[in-house]
Design a protein around this ligand. Structure first.
Ligand code: SF4
Length: 72
């Protein structure tokens, strides 16, 4: 099965600090649920995609979001 055309540039995987991301990738990006990915559906519709949006339409848990730097 081919992988999602967005996989190499999909920003969510670079920011998810958890091995769980490989479960997501195998199920969605490289797996049978790809066409159901909420991120992919929004992209194809030309709509904005929240940075923390997971393929199943939920938001990434705060514990997995990298700390954001604040300006002084
Ligand atoms: S999260 Fe969705 S849009 Fe991103 S690579 Fe995976 S299937 Fe494609």
């Amino acid at each position: 099965m081919s992988e999602c055309e967005q996989l190499q540039q999909c920003p969510i995987w670079g920011s998810l600090n958890s091995h769980v991301k490989y479960v997501w990738i195998n199920n969605y990006c490289k797996g049978p649920r790809r066409e159901r990915c909420a991120r992919l559906q929004l992209l194809r519709a030309g709509k904005a995609v929240a940075a923390e949006l997971l393929p199943n339409g939920t938001l990434m848990p705060a514990r997995d979001v990298p700390a954001r730097q604040t300006s002084a």
